[in-house]
Design a protein around this ligand. Sequence first.
Ligand SMILES: NC(=O)c1ccc[n+]([C@@H]2O[C@H](COP(=O)([O-])OP(=O)(O)OC[C@H]3O[C@@H](n4cnc5c(N)ncnc54)[C@H](OP(=O)(O)O)[C@@H]3O)[C@@H](O)[C@H]2O)c1
Length: 287
Amino acid sequence: MPAVTGSGPVAAMIHTEINGVSLPVLGFGTYHLTGPEGVKAIRHALDLGYRYLDTATRYGNEEEVGQAIAESGIDRDRIFLATKLRYVDLDPATIEDRVKESLARLRVDHVDLLMPHWPSPTIPVAPIMEAFARVRDKGYATHIGVSNFPTDLMREAIKAFDGPIFSNQVEYHPFIAQSAVLDQLRSHGILLTAAVPLARGAIDDEPVIREIAESYGKTTAQITLRWLIQQPGVTAIPKSGQPERIRQNLEIFDFALSEDEMARIGALQRNLRLVDVSWAPVWDAPG
Ligand SMILES: NC(=O)c1ccc[n+]([C@@H]2O[C@H](COP(=O)([O-])OP(=O)(O)OC[C@H]3O[C@@H](n4cnc5c(N)ncnc54)[C@H](OP(=O)(O)O)[C@@H]3O)[C@@H](O)[C@H]2O)c1
């Protein structure tokens, strides 16, 4: 397959099948993409061919995402739209109200994927997942996933939730292995969505990734994204505000890494966790 260059849409996105849905393995992260510049970047991503957008109430940009979708002219049912509720908005009695507010900001009548952004440090998993199921049953979200759930809380979520859980969005890049999380998700047919897939740029300083990148004539970001989406059950949502990088991150479907290269990148893990917060759960042991 030839490398895709130029200014037109980038072709050849790979999809993965999950819960009867054909999901692009590469989505577009929108953290920090706010204001007119944010709308422009998200529009650019849609124009190039990204069809999976990841936002969150906490990013303060659901309006921008909604505006970009509306302006793009792309049919709503051709875009997979994911958002997350803040951990402070997980009171089961008011989850539906918070979701409706998100939908209004996004200018849509449903999202394709809805997640708690973090587990609540005060409210147990079961009533939260039950409230998310009710929101799904009312048609406000097609699928329910979770985010930042270690394996013990995921076990509770699977037990409490009526139906299949779609995905767990967690930090995943070459410097953090997430083996326990991955094993659990694969055994249940649940996707892992790799947040922070480029380790916020740290991958660019890594000699092994640089060497592999040079051998393919690709960038370190492209090699890293390819490494992620080449793993079964893994999707990735890189963010960029720069048009060239938005395109570059999409140009990863014209080559494949060898088993040896996959293993060499996998061996770089050093439990580097870039996203940690005071309300974070107890994470799984490194490895
Ligand atoms: N669930 C969660 O708790 C959680 C946490 C964090 C993130 N996320 C999601 O995951 C998405 C991605 O994470 P992230 O934005 O934190 O980090 P990231 O995607 O790993 O890295 C983004 C950074 O890398 C730069 N970059 C992007 N493409 C590049 C390229 N081709 N070459 C060199 N540098 C490049 C960007 O700069 P420029 O913009 O200047 O290009 C930005 O500084 C977020 O947008 C969000 O949707 C979820």
